[in-house]
Design a protein around this ligand. Structure first.
Ligand code: NAP
Length: 245
């Protein structure tokens, strides 16, 4: 079986690692990150050119099944994959790690709403961990920001008062607590990414009594089977292979 894994998450790498010895596996990455961790099996990098481009790629490469293991906030590729696979009749599974429990966090639907919440509650020192695409919403805010992202961001895309921290998880509770103390953080803004790589910030915020504004996940496409663990995704692929044999 030829399998396409839409990647960009730790789960996608783990799934490729498990499937590559037995199947013809290609992982696709968007190409946002320099020096990405290289998954097992084949790797292709770059957009497909929308849903039509993805459909063509799936046909040209004789793909038998698609596992969408992209990040929970990568909504466009997930919609495109659902539409392309439905039109071509290619078996398709979404692998999404479970969300974090919101706890006492203020849950919002967008970065713009997160910014409105921060402004309305009068916070002046903000730890912004919600990714590059959300920074624009905070551009004209008077607050001071500690901005943590993986890749550099051009100066004109950053709010005036900030410190930019380039780093990639995982982070420990101790590191996150020290960081929030050092920068006298008053509020943490995060997406509900889920997983253990970056969850220590939530524990640190709880320890320090720092409020959290959590951006909720985009909705998943309807009618697509969705699982939350690599084990389940591996089983789904293996079962398909057995059924076809
Ligand atoms: P997105 O908004 O859903 O996708 C935008 C476009 O990027 C898609 O239309 C597609 O271009 C291309 N693309 C996205 N994922 C791709 C993949 N795995 N392989 C090939 N092309 C892909 O996605 P995003 O939020 O920009 O995220 C980009 C990638 O980074 C995703 O693969 C995701 O897993 C990873 N990531 C995202 C986040 C996040 O917070 N959003 C965090 C960590 C990692 P075409 O239309 O040209 O095909």
């Amino acid at each position: 079986m030829k399998i396409l894994i839409l990647g960009g998450s730790a789960e996608a790498r783990e799934l490729a690692e498990r499937l590559a010895p037995r199947f013809d596996v290609t992982t696709s990455l968007a190409g946002r990150v320099r020096n990405p961790a290289v998954p097992a099996g084949e790797l292709r990098i770059g957009g497909f050119g929308g849903e039509a481009g993805l459909r063509k790629w799936l046909l040209d490469n004789n793909i038998d099944a698609v596992v969408d293991a992209t990040h929970p906030f990568a909504a466009t590729i997930t919609e495109n994959a659902a539409a392309a696979c439905a039109r071509l009749g290619i078996p398709h599974l979404i692998l999404r790690r479970p969300p974090w429990p919101a706890g006492d966090a203020t849950v919002v639907c967008s970065a713009a709403e997160a910014k409105d919440t921060v402004v309305a509650q009068g916070f002046s020192r903000v730890f912004l961990t919600s990714g590059r695409s959300s920074i624009g919403a905070f551009l004209f805010s008077d607050a001071w920001f500690l901005i943590r992202v993986v890749e550099p961001v051009p100066a004109d895309e950053l709010p005036e008062r900030h410190h930019l921290l380039l780093s990639r998880g995982p982070y420990s509770l101790e590191e996150e607590t020290d960081l929030m103390r050092q920068y006298e953080i008053e509020v943490l803004v995060t997406k509900n990414s889920g997983g253990t790589m970056t969850s220590a910030k939530l524990e640190a915020a709880a320890v320090l009594g720092i409020p959290v504004v959590m951006i909720d996940r985009p909705a998943l496409p309807e009618k697509v089977r969705t699982v939350s663990t690599v084990d389940e995704a591996q089983r789904w692929v293996t079962e398909r292979d057995t059924a076809e044999a």
